[in-house]
Design a protein around this ligand. Structure first.
Ligand code: ZN
Length: 207
């Protein structure tokens, strides 16, 4: 089984991915992580990607697909893709590498995305992450680890979140339609608890 996870920021893709990996032994491929690793390693594709990023440009689909192909390394089963594909061209490229069996779309309304993401806080000193809703510090405004001051990243302010959410919907709509037409898309209500979300997706996976 090969699975693609889609959903806006704050929908809980990371949490779900970690549990699916644990329960089903899938290999988790996040293009964000792959890109960072390849750049850090200074591989040929990593250097190529870095050139684009340094110029503030998007890394082209062929470069991303090349990295995915290297990771997959001839295997055709047991992968969980997260943050990829982003475009129809990437989705078509992925199909040339291996078959996609299921696409899970974690559906979350804008207001809930704003509520979740605007609750994030970071420690100024050690960089530890908190969430006032799900993972609050013991003492308000102070880091549990080092006592440093907690702050809100500019990225996590409401207007920025709303903008990111709209950009996400706009960019992902064609992809969602593409997988819907193929009958591969399953929408899951991401306002449910992480346990319930996992249970729903696991049911589908177990067929
Ligand atoms: Zn700290």
């Amino acid at each position: 089984m090969n699975l693609v996870l889609l959903g806006p920021p704050g929908a809980g893709k990371g949490t779900l991915a970690a549990r699916l990996v644990e329960e089903f032994g899938l290999v988790h491929l996040s293009t964000g992580d792959i890109l960072r690793e390849e750049v850090a390693r200074g591989s040929k594709l990593g250097k190529l990607a870095e050139d684009y990023m340094d110029r503030g440009e998007l890394v082209p689909d062929e470069v991303i697909l090349g990295m995915v192909q290297e990771r997959v390394d001839g295997e055709t089963d047991g992968f969980l893709f997260d943050g990829f594909p982003r475009t129809i061209a990437q989705a078509e490229g992925l199909e040339r590498i291996l078959p996609v069996h299921l696409v899970v779309y974690l559906d979350l309304p804008e207001e809930e995305v704003v509520r979740r993401l605007s609750a994030r806080r970071v420690c100024k000193q050690c960089g530890a992450n908190y969430n006032l809703l799900t993972q609050p510090p013991g003492v308000p405004g102070k880091c549990d680890r080092c006592g440093g001051e907690l702050y809100q990243r500019p990225d996590d302010r409401e207007e920025v979140i709303r903008n990111r959410f709209r950009v996400y919907l706009e960019q992902s709509a064609p992809l969602v339609g593409y997988y819907e037409k193929k009958g591969l898309l399953r929408r899951v209500d991401a306002s449910l608890s992480p346990d319930e979300i996992f249970r729903k997706v696991a049911e589908v996976l177990r067929g």
